[in-house]
Write a protein that binds this ligand. Structure first.
Ligand SMILES: [Mn+2]
Length: 316
């Protein structure tokens, strides 16, 4: 089987239709199909803080769900789907509150989705039940792996005992992973949001909002025990100069670098020309969630063991 791995949609239904057309999918009886390819969605179907034409959470979820149910797509769970599940699930220790706190920040991230589906409506519940059927990662017999942010086997092993045999969440895992700083919380954060480390004392950089930050997202696929902060930093281009070229001091990380079969992931809001980050690693999130003509990106994988720039497909 050949696969088109599609990045984070964040409700950008118009961009999704454009990409499916570009990839040669056609709509038959309400389901988008291709005779020789299947889609893999990397999660984060929902949550967009803008309201504009082209964005529809309902239509996006409906389209993806129909493809998954018809067997023309696979879809994994992103951090926004996990958050949506935890937003709706009462905390078993205090049923008056929810596993994901209903504070302003969390609400603002999620409010456009809630408004569209109608919070606590039957439709809302139906979507959340479907999110619970999405696996946290895929390992396909053809030889590719897909996860929302970072493939780190040591963290996957932490969650495994609480997952179904299809790599889906159980209610027990949602509860455990919602407890800040539990091992399951740390593992799920790493897999679905990536790795972050603190820079050495006195170092920092300005993020895209101009705020000073002292923690950096890092390339989880590199050997972190033999690298410098600068070599592994995933920061905006103009912040690179602020990252010190000093050996990483923090060695309590579980990531030891990645050398397996090809892994595809999303999540990182990359910009620029899509290209693999290593021969066997590719990110397909190039910020489609933003307004304007940021592209929804796919990688068309047809069995190759070395990923190439030419494998990326997108519409601008
Ligand atoms: Mn994400």
């Amino acid at each position: 089987m050949n696969y088109d791995i599609i990045g984070d949609i964040h409700g950008q239904y118009g961009k999704l239709i454009g990409l499916l057309n570009n990839l040669g999918y056609t709509e038959v009886n309400g389901v988008w199909l291709h005779s020789t390819h299947k889609v893999i969605f990397v999660g984060d179907l929902i949550d967009n803080q803008h309201i504009e034409s082209g964005i529809s959470h309902i239509k996006t979820v409906k389209l993806v769900k129909a493809m998954v149910e018809a067997g023309s797509a696979l879809c994994i769970l992103g951090n926004h789907e996990f958050n949506a599940i935890a937003w709706m699930m009462p905390n078993p220790e205090n049923k008056a509150i929810f596993l994901r706190e209903h504070n302003d920040n969390n609400y603002n991230q999620h409010k456009n989705f809630l408004a569209e589906v109608g919070e606590n409506s039957a439709h809302h519940q139906e979507i959340i039940e479907w999110f619970k059927t999405l696996p946290l990662w895929l390992e396909l017999p053809e030889g590719i792996r897909v996860i929302h942010a970072a493939w780190i086997e040591e963290y996957q092993a932490v969650l495994k005992p609480y997952m179904t045999e299809n790599n889906c969440l159980t209610d027990e895992l949602v509860i455990k992973a919602s407890r800040k700083d539990s091992p399951e919380y740390v593992a799920l954060e790493a897999l679905c949001k990536g790795l972050e480390i603190e820079l050495p004392e006195g170092h920092g950089f300005k993020d895209k909002h101009g705020a000073r930050r002292t923690g950096i997202r890092i390339c989880w696929w590199k050997n972190l025990t033999k690298s410098t902060y600068k070599e592994v930093a995933l920061v905006p281009e103009d912040a690179k100069d602020s990252i010190p070229d000093l050996p990483i001091e923090q060695l309590n990380l579980k990531a030891k670098g990645y050398t397996g079969v090809s892994v595809f992931f999303g999540h990182y809001w990359f910009s620029g020309q899509p290209e693999p980050v290593a021969n066997n690693i590719a990110c397909v999130d190039y910020s489609a969630g933003k307004s304007g003509n940021t592209p929804l990106v796919a990688y068309r994988w047809e069995g190759e063991s070395v990923l190439t720039k030419a494998g990326f497909r997108f519409v601008v």
